[in-house]
Ligand binder design. Sequence first.
Ligand SMILES: *Cc1c(COP(=O)(O)O)cnc(C)c1O
Length: 378
Amino acid sequence: MYVEHAVTAVAEAHVDLTAVSGNVALIGRHTDAHVMAVVKADGFGHGGVRVARAAVTAGATWLGVTSCAEALEMRDAGLTTPVLCWLTGPGHDFRAVIAADVDVAVSSVPHLRSVAEDAARLATRAAVHLKADTGLSRNGATPRDWDELVAEARRRELLGQVRVRGVWSHLSHADQPGHPAVADQARLFDRLVRVARAAGLDPELRHLANSAAALDRPDTHYDLVRAGIASYGVEPLPDRSFGLRPAMTLRAEVVNAKQVPAGTGVSYGHRYATRVAGTLALVPLGFADGVPRAAVGAEVWVNGARHPVAGSVSMDQFVVDVGDGRADIGDEVVLFGPGDRGEPTVLDWARWARTNPHEVLTRIGARVPRRYRGVARG
Ligand SMILES: *Cc1c(COP(=O)(O)O)cnc(C)c1O
C-alpha cells in the first residue's frame, strides 16, 4: 500500500466499476433468472472483491469462483452474498468453506463423500450443486455416472450431511449462436434434472448458461445464469453488440522516445525494421505483465492514433513505431480500453494473439497496479 501511494506507476490498469455494475444490470434485464457474477481468477484480473461488490450493487444475487480460497476471500471481505466454488476435488479440506456458508459444486461420488464427511465433522449440512457433464466433457458426472451420484446425494441428505441446492452444467458452444449442441445439452440437462428429482432431490437452482447464453439463449436460463466475461464488458458473441461497456483500460506512459532512420531494426532478433525515419516509443509493459508476445499485428493508441507494436514484446517492455507521428516521454499509451478514443479493445488483442478475451484479461500480471473508478467502497 505504501509503495502504491509513494511511487508513480508508469503502467496501470484502470478498472471502471461503474461499467461492471452497468453490465451486470444489463445482463439482469435479459433474464428473469438469478444473475451470478463470475469473479474467479481475481475477477478476470479486475480485482475479485471490488468487482463482486459492484456486481452485487447492480443486482447479482450469487458470486461464482473456482477455488475455496477465492470463496473465502469474498467472505473475509465481508460479502454475505451466496457464493459457489466449483473447482475442487475429493480430499480437499472443505471445512472452512462449509463453515463460511459457501456452496460447493460436486462432480463425483468420492467428491461428494469428501464434502459430506467434512460437513459431518462440523455437525452441519453442506449446500452442494451437483455438476452434470452434458457434453463439454470437462468437469461433472457423465449421464452414465449420474444415477449413482444423485442416489449418494439423496443418501447424504437423509443423513443430514448435505443439501442439494443446485444441479448444473456448462455449455460447449454458447458462443456459436444457434449451434445444435446448445439445445442438445439443454435437453440432456432437463433429463438429468428429472433423474435427480426422481431420486428424491429437490434442487432449487438449475443453471447452465454462461455470458453468451445469458444474453442470447433464454431457453438455457433456468433459475440462474453465470456471467463472467460479459460482466467485464466484453461482448461474448461474434459480430453482436448488446451494449456492454469494457471495464478495464490498460495504459502506460512512454518512458523513452527516440528518433531513428528508416531501416532500423527493433528489439530482439530485429524481427521488425522501421519503414520510414521517425519516432520509436518505449512502453514499460511486457509479457510478464500479460502483453501477449505471440500477438501479430498488434497496435496501441498514442496521442490520438493507433501505431504498431514494433518487434518482439520483451518481458517488461515493448517498442511502438510511431513513424512520423508524435510521442514524447510521459505521453499516454493505451493498449486497450472501451474504444471510445479509437484505442484497441480486449477483443482486438484476443484476435491479434489468436486467443479469447478471457485469456488476455486474466493474464494481466500482478505487477500492474489496478486503479479503481466508480462504486468506491472498500
Ligand atoms: C468461467 C465460467 C463461467 C463464465 O463464463 P463466461 O463465458 O465468461 O461468462 C461460467 N461457468 C463456468 C463453469 C465457468 O468456468
